[in-house]
Design a protein around this ligand. Structure first.
Ligand code: FAD
Length: 573
């Protein structure tokens, strides 16, 4: 054993980053008999994965089949190929489809991670062949963190918008039930509140719910599974470069609490250190302009592209560097990351307009498409960065928008004092609102007149909002004839400013079917693997369904571990 200051620095496998993909990889690598170390740059583990919805998109999964669902490998392949439009090698898509159901089956059987299938969560591109109205997205069950204890204090904390009333854990299925006002939603909320309030022991300790939900549940259950196996996870340990021996990656250099260390990896290094969305220099180099780090909904300062730059130095090929997992976001004072508007755009009675006061896209469309549309419209008109979400007092009373809870729970009088004219703008008339936010008043008036007509007929003649099952998923089922359309007529009127933000970058180091990083020749760089947003997405330019970033991150983490172990067996012969 060679050590530096009594620190073990030789491992079979080193995993960089502690998001869901990285921790999944660590679990499989350890279960296959490898000694494993996980290093994390931040003082908190979990990365964006911990603050996310935690959903994973697993076509052809066992749970859906057990419920009588109808999916197949071929249908899913047809769908992903149609969605990604040739931007990814088919063999990588096949590797995903081959391994994703196996990964989640084995992970659930052997670890603390537990998911339930979201039968009603539709794929995002309902117009494409092979899409399903539900059953491919899976949602983490609530996870009791009692056993994890104080270690939970070191987990990236859940963002307010993934908790019920900013405090209580819930599953995505429960959140959807409340948003869509499905039968029994009120009773369910009361039950969740009682469970939280009556947990006297935990309430004495503080506000944090004993149970974790969404991405918090996924990451806590993975962390607990690492603890069960005694897999070391070093926080405050930043990867800075690779160690190369005979053209092969044999280790990494890190800065650990100010000290430079060399760590040796006998069989492989798996880079799961996220993308580069928190690096303004790289944003300006690769992403469409304008682009701001502060528009990203990911944890501040975490994912700054160290793996990308170190990989490029080694001659690694890259792809999709001009793409993010786009999401319209807004900024809230005192919050370090932006907030994504995922569901609210579909609620009836809110529209998104540009500086001309015009709608330019279906507001209920998936967030990646909406962010992309903001850029495309901006390139044409110069007027949609920022854009504005506009709604009336009825909407304000009934529905949430970003940090603004429905007025019936959080009236304007109880909103933090810093929010008026930073988070939302308010005026008695539409004309007054247009002047306040400096957009074209006649344009907005015309847009609202049209929308009010569409709300009556139920047909959005311009963008077909509410015209498919995905749009309607977040609509209000009690609103007729179209759950995504309602008139905007009763003042005061409100506007909120949104930008084309992101929930991570989508491009990165190019990998093959085994998650190995490749050179432009296609040859792998021996010993080096990349997963999650460190790698160029297997979904190409598309976002086929909820969980299409974490599903592949975990699956390619599994694939990397399997490949390392198989290679190790071959070299030992
Ligand atoms: P991360 O989870 O961000 O992990 C990367 C880790 O690497 C970080 O902890 C970082 O600190 C660490 N790191 C970075 N650089 C270094 C270095 N030099 N040395 C050591 N460590 C380093 N996706 C889904 O699929 N389903 C969802 O439901 C979903 N919901 C979302 C909701 C929100 C609000 C947000 C913001 C995102 C959501 N996403 C979702 C997107 C998803 O969370 C990310 O795409 C995913 O977490 C990326 O995983 P990753 O492992 O690549 O990066």
């Amino acid at each position: 054993m060679s050590t530096t200051n009594n620190i073990e620095n030789n491992y079979d496998v080193i995993i960089v980053g502690s998001g869901a993909g990285a921790m999944t990889s660590a679990i499989f690598a350890a279960d296959q008999g490898n000694s494993v170390l996980v290093v994390e740059k931040s003082d908190k583990y979990g990365g964006t994965s911990a603050i996310s919805g935690g959903g994973i998109w697993i076509p052809n999964n066992d749970e859906f089949r057990a419920l009588g669902g109808n999916d197949s490998y071929e249908t899913a392949l047809t769908y992903i190929k149609a969605a990604s439009e040739g931007s990814v090698e088919e063999s990588r898509i096949r590797a995903y489809l081959d391994n994703a159901p196996k990964m989640i089956r084995e992970l659930q059987a052997n670890s603390r991670v537990k998911f339930a299938v979201a039968e009603k969560y539709p794929d995002y591109y309902q117009h494409l062949e092979g899409s399903l109205p539900g059953g491919r997205s899976m949602d983490p069950e609530l996870f009791d963190t009692t056993e994890l204890g104080d270690e939970m204090d070191h987990q990236q904390p859940a963002s307010g918008n993934t908790l019920l009333m900013g405090r209580m854990a819930w599953t995505a299925r429960q959140a959807h039930k409340a948003v869509a006002k499905d039968r029994g939603w009120m009773l369910m909320i009361i039950g969740l509140m009682l469970r939280y309030k009556l947990d006297f022991k935990q309430r004495k300790k503080g506000r944090r719910d004993r149970r974790a939900g969404l991405g918090g549940s996924l990451v806590a259950s993975l962390r607990q599974s690492l603890c069960d196996r005694n897999i070391p996870l070093w926080r405050n340990t930043e990867f800075t470069d690779f160690v190369i021996t005979d053209d092969k990656v044999t280790g990494i250099k890190v800065l650990r609490e100010g000290q430079e260390l060399t760590l040796n990896a006998r069989h492989g290094v798996v880079m799961g250190s996220g993308g580069f969305e928190q690096n303004q220099r790289l944003r300006e180099k690769y992403l469409p302009a304008p682009s701001q780090q502060s528009w990203s909904a990911t944890p501040k300062g975490c994912n700054t592209g160290a793996a990308l730059e170190a990989g490029q130095k080694l001659g690694a090929a890259t792809a999709l560097l001009d793409w993010c997992w786009w999401a319209p976001t807004l900024n809230v004072p005192k919050e370090t990351s932006a907030r994504g508007l995922f569901a609210e755009r579909a609620f009836p009675g809110a529209i998104v307009v540009d500086g001309l006061g015009k709608r330019f896209f279906n507001e209920a469309a998936p967030y990646l498409e909406f962010g992309d549309a903001m850029y495309r419209n901006h390139q044409k008109t110069g007027n949609s960065i920022p854009s504005w979400v506009v709604f009336d007092s009825h909407f304000r009373h009934e529905y949430a928008m970003g940090p603004l809870m429905p007025g019936k729970i959080m009236p304007d009088s109880r909103v933090p004092k810093t929010w008026p004219e930073s988070v939302y703008w308010k005026a008695d008339t539409l004309d007054g609102l247009s002047k306040l936010i400096n957009i074209d008043a006649a344009g907005l008036a015309e847009t609202v007149t049209k929308m009010n007509r569409y709300a009556k007929t139920g047909i959005d003649e311009e963008f077909q909002r509410g015209g498919n099952v995905f749009d309607r998923y977040y609509g209000d089922s009690s609103v007729k004839p179209n759950p995504c359309l309602a008139p905007i007529k009763k003042g005061p009127f409100y506007a909120m400013k949104i930008n084309p933000g992101d929930i991570g970058t989508k491009g990165g180091l190019l990998t093959n079917d085994f998650a190995q990083v490749v050179r432009s020749s296609g040859d792998p760089i021996e010993g080096l693997y990349a997963i999650g947003n460190t790698s160029a997405s297997v979904m190409g330019t598309s976002y086929p369904g909820a969980g299409a970033t974490l599903g592949p991150a975990m699956t390619f983490g599994y694939i990397a571990a399997n490949h390392i172990t198989a290679n190790r067996a071959t070299t030992a012969k």
